[in-house]
Design a binder for this molecule. Structure first.
Ligand SMILES: [Zn+2]
Length: 357
C-alpha cells in the first residue's frame, strides 16, 4: 500500500467562482435552477474585472494544489471582461504551478443592447457578446494557450453560435467544453448538439440528456445535488465519465467520495472502483499528470476502498514535472497568506459591487 498517487485532475471547474463564497444573498430565494443561474451566477459573472479574475484563479488554483489536484479544466465567463481573461487565468495557474486547460464559455443571453435573455431562440442571430467570447478562445488558442472552445449551454445560444463554436474548435483540433442538459431548461440540448458533437467534446452534467452524444461526460455530483437538478446516473452511460466540481473547490478525493456515496444510494451493488475509474479517465486529457507525485498523510490512499471511506486524507507534498511545489502542506512558489489577503481585498470589492446588482 502506498501513501502516493499521481496528480489529480478536476475535469470541470469555474475558477472565477472562488470569491463567490459568502457573497451577498439574492433579494429573493431562488426556487429553480434557472433562478439560481439568474440570481447568483449571472449576477456574479457580470461583476468580474481582470484583477478579481486573477486573484480568484490564484486562490482556486492554490487550493486545488493543496488537495493534490495538479490539473484543472476550467470554464470561464466574465461578460464585462472578456478579452485577455483566459490569459489571466492561465497566468494565475502558471504562477501557482497548476496546469490548466482554459476556455471562454460563449453565450447569446446578453443581446446587442445589453439586455439579459434567460432562454435564447435557436433561430436568433449570434450576438456581439458571443462573438467576443469566440474571439477570446481563438486568440488564446492561436497564441499557444492550452484550452478548448467554451460554450455556456445550448439553451442560451443560437444555432448559429453553436455551429461557429464547433467550427472554431475543429479549426484548432480541440473539443467544445459546455454544460449539457444540466437542468430541464436545457432538455433540447441533445437534439441541437447531435450533428455537432465529436469524441473530444466535454459534455458537462448531462443530467437530462435524452440521447447518446459522442464525447466525454463530466459528472459533478456535489453541484448537481446543490442545485437540485437530479442524478445523472453516470454508471449507465456509454461515454467515458470524468469527475469535476463545477467550481466548488477542486478536492478530487472529496468529490470522488461524494460521487461514490451518491452512486451507492442509487445502486447498492456498485463499488468505489467505478468512481475511481472516472478520476483515471481524465489522464487522457492531461497524460503528463500521471508522472506527478502527491504524498498524503495516509498510507492506503491508492486503494479505492480505503480512500472512499477515509474522509480526512490530506495531501502533504506535491511534485509537478519534478519540481516540489507543495512541501509539508505549503505551496513553494507562492505565499498562501499573501494570496488569501489579496483574494480577500478582491472579494470585498466584488461583494460591494454585487450588493448593488
Ligand atoms: Zn459548470
Amino acid at each position: 500500500m502506498s501513501s502516493q498517487t499521481a496528480g489529480l485532475i478536476c475535469a470541470h471547474h469555474h475558477l472565477y467562482s472562488t470569491l463567490a463564497r459568502g457573497m451577498p444573498a439574492p433579494k429573493t430565494t431562488p426556487n429553480t435552477f434557472l433562478e439560481i443561474l439568474q440570481q447568483i451566477w449571472w449576477r456574479l459573472d457580470i461583476a468580474l474585472d481582470n484583477e478579481m479574475i486573477y486573484w480568484s484563479a490564484m486562490l482556486g488554483a492554490t487550493e486545488a494544489l493543496l488537495s493534490g489536484t495538479t490539473c484543472i479544466i476550467d470554464h470561464h465567463e466574465s461578460p464585462n471582461c472578456i478579452e485577455g481573461s483566459l490569459s489571466t487565468i492561465a497566468k494565475a495557474c502558471s504562477d501557482v504551478g497548476v496546469r490548466v486547460n482554459a476556455c471562454y464559455g460563449v453565450t447569446d443571453r446578453w443581446d446587442n443592447s445589453g439586455n439579459l435573455h434567460s432562454k435564447v431562440s435557436p433561430l436568433s442571430s449570434m450576438t456581439s457578446s458571443a462573438l467576443r467570447g469566440l474571439d477570446e478562445c481563438d486568440r488564446y488558442l492561436r497564441q499557444g494557450g492550452r484550452g478548448m472552445v467554451g460554450v455556456h449551454a445550448a439553451f442560451t445560444c443560437s444555432d448559429e453560435t453553436l455551429h461557429v463554436a464547433s467550427d472554431l474548435a475543429k479549426k484548432h483540433s480541440v473539443g467544445v467544453h459546455l454544460h449539457v442538459a444540466e437542468g430541464l431548461d436545457d432538455e433540447h440540448a441533445g437534439a441541437r448538439l447531435e450533428s455537432l458533437a465529436t469524441e473530444n467534446w466535454l459534455l458537462v452534467h448531462a443530467v437530462h440528456l435524452d440521447r447518446h452524444l459522442p464525447g466525454y461526460i463530466v459528472h459533478n455530483p456535489r453541484s448537481n445535488m446543490n442545485n437540485s437538478v437530479g442524478y445523472a446516473r453516470p454508471s449507465e452511460l456509454k461515454n467515458k465519465v470524468l469527475l469535476g466540481t463545477d467550481g466548488i473547490g477542486a478536492d478530487m478525493l472529496e468529490e470522488a467520495r461524494l460521487a461514490y456515496a451518491r452512486l451507492r444510494e442509487y445502486d447498492v451493488t456498485q463499488s468505489p472502483v467505478t468512481v475511481w475509474s472516472w478520476l483515471e479517465n481524465s489522464y487522457e486529457i492531461f497524460p503528463e499528470a500521471r508522472h506527478d507525485k502527491v504524498t498524503y498523510n495516509y498510507d492506503h490512499v491508492d486503494s479505492e476502498w480505503h480512500a472512499a471511506f477515509t474522509p480526512s486524507i490530506r495531501a502533504i507534498d506535491v511534485e509537478v514535472d519534478g519540481e516540489k511545489i507543495v512541501v509539508n502542506g505549503s505551496p513553494t512558489r507562492v505565499d498562501i497568506y499573501e494570496i488569501r489577503a489579496k483574494a480577500a481585498e478582491q472579494t470585498k470589492r466584488l461583494h460591494e459591487r454585487l450588493a448593488t446588482l
